[in-house]
Design a protein around this ligand. Sequence first.
Ligand code: DGL
Length: 270
Amino acid sequence: MAVGIFDSGLGGLTVLDAVSKRLPDQYFVYFGDNAHAPYGVRDADDVFDLTTKAVARMWDAGCDLVILACNTASAAALRRMQESWVPTDKRVLGVFVPLIEALTERSWGDNSPPREVSVKHVALFATPATVASRAFQRELAFRAIGVDVEAQACGGVVDAIEEGDVILAEALVRSHVDALKRKMPNPEAVILGCTHYPIMRSTFQEALGVDVKVYSQANLVADALADYLERHPSMKGKGADNLFLTTGDTRKVSDRATQFLRRRIDFQSV
Ligand code: DGL
Protein backbone atom coordinates (compact mmCIF):
# COMPACT_ATOMS: atom_id res chain seq x y z
CA MET A 1 0.00 0.00 0.00
CA ALA A 2 1.12 3.55 -0.67
CA VAL A 3 1.10 6.10 2.13
CA GLY A 4 -0.16 9.48 0.95
CA ILE A 5 1.34 12.78 2.05
CA PHE A 6 -0.94 15.71 1.33
CA ASP A 7 -0.29 19.46 1.47
CA SER A 8 -1.77 22.55 -0.12
CA GLY A 9 1.55 23.02 -1.87
CA LEU A 10 5.25 22.56 -1.24
CA GLY A 11 5.31 22.63 2.58
CA GLY A 12 4.48 18.95 3.00
CA LEU A 13 7.78 18.14 1.25
CA THR A 14 9.44 18.86 4.61
CA VAL A 15 7.38 15.96 6.00
CA LEU A 16 7.86 13.75 2.90
CA ASP A 17 11.62 14.21 3.21
CA ALA A 18 11.65 13.14 6.87
CA VAL A 19 9.28 10.17 6.46
CA SER A 20 11.11 8.82 3.43
CA LYS A 21 14.45 9.00 5.27
CA ARG A 22 12.90 7.29 8.31
CA LEU A 23 11.10 4.63 6.19
CA PRO A 24 13.28 4.21 3.07
CA ASP A 25 11.40 1.10 1.79
CA GLN A 26 7.92 2.59 2.09
CA TYR A 27 6.21 3.80 -1.09
CA PHE A 28 4.81 7.34 -0.81
CA VAL A 29 2.44 9.35 -2.99
CA TYR A 30 2.79 13.12 -2.51
CA PHE A 31 -0.07 15.44 -3.50
CA GLY A 32 0.49 19.21 -3.63
CA ASP A 33 -2.65 21.26 -4.34
CA ASN A 34 -0.46 24.10 -5.63
CA ALA A 35 -3.18 25.50 -7.89
CA HIS A 36 -5.26 26.31 -4.80
CA ALA A 37 -2.53 27.31 -2.30
CA PRO A 38 -2.55 29.04 0.06
CA TYR A 39 -5.26 27.31 2.10
CA GLY A 40 -4.49 29.54 5.08
CA VAL A 41 -6.72 32.37 3.86
CA ARG A 42 -9.71 30.11 2.95
CA ASP A 43 -12.74 29.30 5.09
CA ALA A 44 -13.29 25.86 6.65
CA ASP A 45 -15.83 24.65 4.03
CA ASP A 46 -13.50 25.55 1.21
CA VAL A 47 -10.56 23.76 2.88
CA PHE A 48 -12.80 20.70 3.47
CA ASP A 49 -13.90 20.58 -0.20
CA LEU A 50 -10.37 20.94 -1.58
CA THR A 51 -8.84 18.48 0.88
CA THR A 52 -11.45 15.76 0.31
CA LYS A 53 -11.08 16.10 -3.47
CA ALA A 54 -7.31 15.66 -3.17
CA VAL A 55 -7.55 12.74 -0.74
CA ALA A 56 -10.07 10.97 -3.02
CA ARG A 57 -7.48 11.23 -5.82
CA MET A 58 -4.92 9.69 -3.45
CA TRP A 59 -7.25 6.71 -2.75
CA ASP A 60 -7.28 6.21 -6.56
CA ALA A 61 -3.46 6.29 -6.58
CA GLY A 62 -3.40 3.32 -4.19
CA CYS A 63 -3.24 5.00 -0.78
CA ASP A 64 -5.14 3.49 2.15
CA LEU A 65 -3.55 5.87 4.63
CA VAL A 66 -3.13 9.61 4.03
CA ILE A 67 -1.26 12.03 6.28
CA LEU A 68 -2.54 15.59 6.06
CA ALA A 69 0.92 17.20 6.17
CA CYS A 70 -0.87 20.51 6.27
CA ASN A 71 -1.80 22.08 9.58
CA THR A 72 -4.47 24.21 7.95
CA ALA A 73 -6.28 21.13 6.58
CA SER A 74 -5.64 19.25 9.86
CA ALA A 75 -7.12 22.15 11.83
CA ALA A 76 -10.02 23.06 9.55
CA ALA A 77 -11.10 19.77 7.93
CA LEU A 78 -9.68 16.64 9.59
CA ARG A 79 -12.25 16.13 12.33
CA ARG A 80 -15.16 16.57 9.88
CA MET A 81 -13.49 14.17 7.43
CA GLN A 82 -12.98 11.51 10.11
CA GLU A 83 -16.54 11.89 11.40
CA SER A 84 -18.41 11.94 8.10
CA TRP A 85 -16.30 11.27 5.05
CA VAL A 86 -13.45 8.72 5.40
CA PRO A 87 -14.54 5.16 4.35
CA THR A 88 -14.11 2.49 7.04
CA ASP A 89 -11.21 0.77 5.21
CA LYS A 90 -9.18 4.00 4.87
CA ARG A 91 -7.39 6.26 7.36
CA VAL A 92 -6.56 9.98 7.40
CA LEU A 93 -4.24 11.33 10.11
CA GLY A 94 -3.14 14.88 10.91
CA VAL A 95 0.13 16.46 11.98
CA PHE A 96 -0.90 18.25 15.19
CA VAL A 97 -0.97 15.43 17.70
CA PRO A 98 2.67 14.19 17.43
CA LEU A 99 3.85 17.77 17.93
CA ILE A 100 1.66 18.38 20.96
CA GLU A 101 2.67 15.04 22.47
CA ALA A 102 6.34 16.08 22.16
CA LEU A 103 5.67 19.47 23.71
CA THR A 104 3.71 17.95 26.58
CA GLU A 105 6.25 15.15 27.20
CA ARG A 106 3.82 12.35 26.34
CA SER A 107 4.33 9.14 24.48
CA TRP A 108 2.08 8.08 21.61
CA GLY A 109 -1.58 7.70 22.56
CA ASP A 110 -1.14 8.65 26.24
CA ASN A 111 -4.67 9.84 26.99
CA SER A 112 -4.24 10.44 30.71
CA PRO A 113 -5.76 13.66 32.13
CA PRO A 114 -4.05 17.01 31.47
CA ARG A 115 -1.13 17.82 33.76
CA GLU A 116 1.51 20.48 34.37
CA VAL A 117 4.43 20.42 31.93
CA SER A 118 7.80 22.16 31.99
CA VAL A 119 7.09 24.79 29.31
CA LYS A 120 4.77 27.59 30.36
CA HIS A 121 5.09 30.14 27.54
CA VAL A 122 4.62 28.82 24.01
CA ALA A 123 4.53 30.80 20.79
CA LEU A 124 2.66 29.38 17.80
CA PHE A 125 3.39 30.56 14.25
CA ALA A 126 0.74 29.34 11.82
CA THR A 127 -1.51 30.36 8.95
CA PRO A 128 -4.48 32.69 9.62
CA ALA A 129 -6.93 29.75 9.23
CA THR A 130 -5.03 27.53 11.68
CA VAL A 131 -4.83 30.34 14.23
CA ALA A 132 -8.55 31.12 13.81
CA SER A 133 -9.51 27.45 14.31
CA ARG A 134 -7.88 27.38 17.81
CA ALA A 135 -7.29 23.66 17.13
CA PHE A 136 -3.78 23.83 18.61
CA GLN A 137 -5.02 25.31 21.90
CA ARG A 138 -7.84 22.72 22.02
CA GLU A 139 -5.46 19.76 21.55
CA LEU A 140 -3.03 21.24 24.06
CA ALA A 141 -5.76 21.72 26.68
CA PHE A 142 -6.54 17.96 26.50
CA ARG A 143 -2.97 17.24 27.62
CA ALA A 144 -1.50 20.15 29.61
CA ILE A 145 -2.56 22.75 32.15
CA GLY A 146 -1.14 26.19 32.84
CA VAL A 147 0.44 26.76 29.41
CA ASP A 148 0.15 30.26 28.01
CA VAL A 149 -0.07 30.18 24.18
CA GLU A 150 0.44 33.27 22.01
CA ALA A 151 -0.48 32.65 18.39
CA GLN A 152 0.87 34.69 15.49
CA ALA A 153 -0.93 34.43 12.14
CA CYS A 154 1.79 34.69 9.50
CA GLY A 155 0.03 36.19 6.49
CA GLY A 156 1.97 36.11 3.22
CA VAL A 157 4.73 33.65 4.14
CA VAL A 158 3.23 30.65 2.32
CA ASP A 159 2.58 32.69 -0.86
CA ALA A 160 6.18 33.94 -0.86
CA ILE A 161 7.55 30.40 -0.43
CA GLU A 162 5.26 29.01 -3.15
CA GLU A 163 6.48 31.79 -5.48
CA GLY A 164 10.11 31.07 -4.57
CA ASP A 165 10.54 34.65 -3.28
CA VAL A 166 12.97 33.91 -0.44
CA ILE A 167 13.81 37.56 0.25
CA LEU A 168 10.14 38.41 0.80
CA ALA A 169 9.60 35.26 2.89
CA GLU A 170 12.58 36.20 5.14
CA ALA A 171 11.33 39.77 5.60
CA LEU A 172 7.84 38.53 6.48
CA VAL A 173 9.17 35.96 8.96
CA ARG A 174 11.20 38.68 10.72
CA SER A 175 8.22 41.00 10.96
CA HIS A 176 5.95 38.20 12.30
CA VAL A 177 8.58 37.29 14.92
CA ASP A 178 8.77 40.97 15.96
CA ALA A 179 4.98 41.11 16.26
CA LEU A 180 4.99 37.96 18.39
CA LYS A 181 7.74 39.29 20.65
CA ARG A 182 5.72 42.41 21.35
CA LYS A 183 2.99 40.13 22.78
CA MET A 184 5.28 37.51 24.38
CA PRO A 185 8.85 38.80 24.80
CA ASN A 186 10.37 35.54 26.07
CA PRO A 187 8.74 32.39 24.68
CA GLU A 188 10.35 29.19 26.03
CA ALA A 189 9.21 27.10 23.10
CA VAL A 190 8.15 27.98 19.59
CA ILE A 191 5.96 25.86 17.35
CA LEU A 192 6.28 26.13 13.58
CA GLY A 193 2.65 25.18 13.01
CA CYS A 194 2.73 25.19 9.21
CA THR A 195 4.69 22.67 7.19
CA HIS A 196 5.98 25.42 4.90
CA TYR A 197 7.78 27.20 7.73
CA PRO A 198 10.67 24.73 8.30
CA ILE A 199 11.87 25.84 4.85
CA MET A 200 12.52 29.22 6.62
CA ARG A 201 13.66 27.62 9.87
CA SER A 202 17.05 29.37 10.08
CA THR A 203 15.38 32.78 9.67
CA PHE A 204 12.90 31.96 12.48
CA GLN A 205 15.72 30.75 14.73
CA GLU A 206 17.90 33.79 14.01
CA ALA A 207 15.05 36.23 14.67
CA LEU A 208 13.99 34.40 17.86
CA GLY A 209 17.50 33.92 19.25
CA VAL A 210 19.57 30.75 19.50
CA ASP A 211 18.31 29.82 22.98
CA VAL A 212 14.68 29.41 21.99
CA LYS A 213 13.64 25.81 21.30
CA VAL A 214 11.91 25.60 17.92
CA TYR A 215 9.65 22.60 17.30
CA SER A 216 8.80 21.60 13.77
CA GLN A 217 6.81 18.61 12.69
CA ALA A 218 8.74 16.62 10.14
CA ASN A 219 10.77 14.30 12.41
CA LEU A 220 7.98 13.99 14.97
CA VAL A 221 5.53 12.94 12.26
CA ALA A 222 8.11 10.50 10.84
CA ASP A 223 8.48 8.80 14.25
CA ALA A 224 4.71 8.70 14.75
CA LEU A 225 4.18 7.20 11.26
CA ALA A 226 6.89 4.54 11.80
CA ASP A 227 5.16 3.60 15.04
CA TYR A 228 1.72 3.53 13.38
CA LEU A 229 2.92 1.28 10.53
CA GLU A 230 4.45 -1.15 13.02
CA ARG A 231 1.02 -1.46 14.60
CA HIS A 232 -0.82 -1.54 11.24
CA PRO A 233 1.46 -3.58 8.94
CA SER A 234 -1.29 -3.97 6.31
CA MET A 235 -0.84 -0.25 5.53
CA LYS A 236 2.85 -0.76 4.57
CA GLY A 237 3.95 -1.10 0.96
CA LYS A 238 7.03 -0.99 -1.24
CA GLY A 239 7.43 0.84 -4.52
CA ALA A 240 10.22 1.83 -6.88
CA ASP A 241 10.06 5.62 -6.94
CA ASN A 242 7.67 7.79 -5.00
CA LEU A 243 4.92 9.48 -7.04
CA PHE A 244 4.52 13.29 -6.93
CA LEU A 245 1.20 14.78 -8.04
CA THR A 246 0.26 18.44 -8.35
CA THR A 247 -2.75 20.48 -9.45
CA GLY A 248 -0.30 23.25 -10.41
CA ASP A 249 2.16 23.88 -13.22
CA THR A 250 4.28 20.69 -13.22
CA ARG A 251 7.48 22.37 -14.40
CA LYS A 252 7.34 25.25 -11.96
CA VAL A 253 6.40 23.00 -9.03
CA SER A 254 9.12 20.45 -9.91
CA ASP A 255 11.76 23.19 -10.07
CA ARG A 256 10.80 24.66 -6.68
CA ALA A 257 10.63 21.20 -5.09
CA THR A 258 14.07 20.34 -6.51
CA GLN A 259 15.41 23.60 -5.06
CA PHE A 260 13.92 22.90 -1.58
CA LEU A 261 14.90 19.23 -1.31
CA ARG A 262 18.21 19.65 -3.18
CA ARG A 263 17.50 16.56 -5.30
CA ARG A 264 15.60 16.17 -8.57
CA ILE A 265 11.82 15.87 -8.03
CA ASP A 266 9.45 15.46 -10.99
CA PHE A 267 5.80 16.19 -10.42
CA GLN A 268 3.00 14.85 -12.62
CA SER A 269 -0.34 16.45 -13.25
CA VAL A 270 -3.18 14.97 -11.13
N1 DGL B 1 1.58 24.06 4.71
C1 DGL B 1 0.24 24.21 5.14
C2 DGL B 1 0.10 24.21 6.63
O1 DGL B 1 0.81 23.44 7.26
C3 DGL B 1 -0.67 25.14 4.41
C4 DGL B 1 -0.33 26.52 4.18
C5 DGL B 1 -1.32 27.21 3.28
O2 DGL B 1 -1.68 26.67 2.24
O3 DGL B 1 -1.74 28.32 3.64
O4 DGL B 1 -0.70 24.90 7.20
